[in-house]
Ligand binder design. Structure first.
Ligand SMILES: [Zn+2]
Length: 466
């Protein structure tokens, strides 16, 4: 496959949109090989008039299979006095018990297609459905992880499969029957499976940059002991893999960790020296004042999933406090209730406005640039995610997408107002073209597998729910 030189009407060059820029992507390395400002456009350049080119967005937290319950958990649960994350989880568990590896493949392809069409070029898949519904290993022990990875390869998105460790229902709490599928009692066994997966991924096509990477993830301090989390932390560091963990999504989760450890999850992680720049805490909603500083001091990452956190009634990630203290903030689509990282970024800022009763909550002080706030949201949607997944920054990767300057939501924006217009009014419908690792994945809003993926997913939903 040959290099491609893109000549969009506007190209984001790190701090602003510029005209007359060409960007050359190399599918062999998967990276940008040149950014030029030629006096005249080269004949071979792919001209993209009416389009603006931006670095691909990184979705740092996804559970693909949860796509199957979209629209099926938005009403009152019979007999529940109060619906919450915990009643939603029962509905999610009801679905997870019925999925085969092939179903997980079909749901994952659906999710990754939606992501590609939305300008998301890399995803961190927090993968915890490892076994049969009875908790036994599949004949091919990596069946579900391979199903997810194969789905990403076919759609064409980069994926980091984060092998999630799950050992118990909670502190002094029995396993829920649905959790049998998640359980790996020994962290060494989880690492062995992740190593086998990583080795198999490396044996893939040697001619092109690989799309599949590996990471580790203690599910949460509710689902694993501190020593389990510590083992995975060391294993990830030794392999130079990212380490992710759910932290303080719900007050009830904090209560359980306090009952076991005497303090809340972030403080536990900090005291055990697990908070560092390789760690990404998913959610981190219910933190103490001191804990914001702990994240900042460790230069750790927090992945906010505002649309899921809003949908589940979790609370608001204080990205303002985290960023001010030096933490890095990424974004994730988590439960897949919506798949739109522009909307996630908008919600990150908007929720803070509602909490603080003021505007421009994440805008840097002393920067009069009208794009400064939107540039910060773009950083969360691109390089924040890249830091969380240990990917190269967006300017280097050959992952780019265009938006249509004539999209009804964006019409009339100029170079200085386009980024804030995109982040405060635009959505995935404005995304037209996507290149990932230098390869074309979406052109003019079309993906070659769209019809196949949708018909297979529709059949899966019919089978699951009728
Ligand atoms: Zn999650």
């Amino acid at each position: 496959m040959r290099t491609v030189t893109l000549a969009a009407e506007l190209t984001w060059t790190g701090k602003k949109f510029e005209r007359g820029v060409t960007l050359t992507l190399d599918p062999k390395s998967g990276n940008v090989s040149a950014l030029d400002r030629p006096a005249a456009l080269p004949a071979k350049a792919l001209r993209l008039p009416g389009r603006a080119l931006l670095p691909g967005m990184v979705n740092a937290h996804s559970h693909s299979f949860q796509r199957v319950i979209r629209g099926r958990a938005e009403s009152r649960t019979p007999d529940a006095t109060r619906d919450s994350f915990w009643t939603w989880r029962e509905q999610m568990y009801h679905a997870v018990l019925r999925l085969t590896p092939e179903d997980i493949y079909d749901a994952s392809r659906m999710v990754f297609l939606e992501m590609a069409l939305a300008g998301i070029t890399a995803v961190g898949e927090f993968h915890y459905v490892h076994h049969t519904p009875e908790g036994r290993s599949y004949a091919e022990p990596l069946a579900t992880a391979q199903a997810v990875a194969q789905a990403a390869r076919e759609v064409g998105v980069r994926i980091t499969v984060l092998f999630a460790g799950y050992a118990r229902g909670g502190f002094r709490r029995d396993l829920h029957p649905a959790q049998l599928r998640f359980v790996t009692r020994e962290p060494a066994d989880l690492c062995a499976r992740a190593d086998a997966f990583s080795a198999a991924a490396a044996r893939g096509n040697q001619d092109e940059a690989p799309l599949v990477r590996t990471g580790l993830a203690p599910h949460s301090l509710r689902a694993v002991s501190l020593s389990y989390a510590t083992t995975l932390h060391a294993a990830a560091a030794a392999r130079q893999w990212p380490l992710h963990i759910h932290v303080s999504e719900q007050p009830g989760e904090n209560d359980e960790v306090v009952a076991e450890h005497g303090v809340t999850p972030t403080t536990v992680l900090s005291r055990a020296n697990l908070l560092d720049s390789n760690l990404t805490a998913i959610h981190a909603v219910h933190l103490s004042d001191e804990e914001y500083a702990l994240f900042g001091g460790a230069h750790a990452n927090v992945c906010a999933c505002p649309l899921t956190e809003r949908n589940l009634g979790d609370g608001v990630v204080r990205a303002d406090l985290l960023l001010a203290r030096g933490a890095s903030v990424a974004l994730g689509t988590d439960s897949q209730i919506e798949i739109d990282l522009l909307a996630e970024a908008r919600a990150l800022e908007s929720h803070l406005r509602l909490v603080r009763l003021e505007r421009a909550a994440l805008a840097p002080f002393g920067n009069p640039d009208p794009s400064a706030l939107a540039a910060r949201l773009l950083d969360c949607a691109t390089d924040g995610g890249a830091r969380a997944l240990r990917l190269d920054p967006g300017a280097k990767r050959g992952d780019w997408f265009t938006v249509d300057l004539d999209d009804p939501a964006l019409a009339g924006a100029d170079e200085t107002t386009l980024l804030p217009t995109l982040f405060f009014a635009g959505g995935r419908s404005a995304v037209r073209d996507v290149w990932i690792a230098g390869r074309p994945v979406v052109r003019d809003g079309a993906h070659p597998l769209r019809e196949t993926i949708i018909s297979r997913f529709t059949a899966l939903q019919r089978r699951l729910w009728s």
